[in-house]
Write a protein that binds this ligand. Sequence first.
Ligand code: OGA
Ligand code: MN
Length: 209
Amino acid sequence: MQMINLAKLPQYADALADEGWFVIPDAINQLAVESFKDVILKTKQTAEFKKAGIGTGHDFQLNSSVRGDFIHWISRYPQETILQEWMQSISALRKGLNRELFLGLQDIEMHMAIYPPGTFYQRHLDQFNKRSNRLISVVLYLNQHWQPGMGGELVIYRTNAEPVIVEPHAGTLVCFMSDQIEHEVLTTHFERFSITGWMLKKPIGLGFL
Ligand code: OGA
Ligand code: MN
């Protein structure tokens, strides 16, 4: 089952083409949020969340002064129904954006992310220099009782305009051009949960250089 309502796809595509980003508040319902949270909490108990790094291959570094989150990569064929449905949903969004914008997006990669209290991710782009196949970033937030003052907001930097602050409310989905939109995660004061994905220009492993 595909979870995201794509009735407004033409508007999303226009926003992506014109501004480089768009937000869908309440992209998924609270029941689905609960399912995602269950999977993340279970994964945290039974599997490893690794400290996220920056760069790839020889350039890979763990640097807490840049980012403090912990991640767990999601399998291409996950066992959990909610993750299967999310894969299908992001694929449907990917195909829709391909149709609207002729992007040639071919694949998806995704991880769960946990930012412990006190952590952040400094201003950056989502394309690391040696690995340039990430074209569109997609982040889904899962923070059910988020309120102003709790931190962990996403800041989207724009040229010739004030930055946009995206509150990481459960069910909010944000999409932006990975190579163009500089962004930052502000220090969180709570345990912040999200699922981050990237739509890729070429399948993983084919080497895009
Ligand atoms: C990232 C990232 C944004 C967010 O994982 O690269 O920028 O709001 N995430 O979690
Ligand atoms: Mn990022």
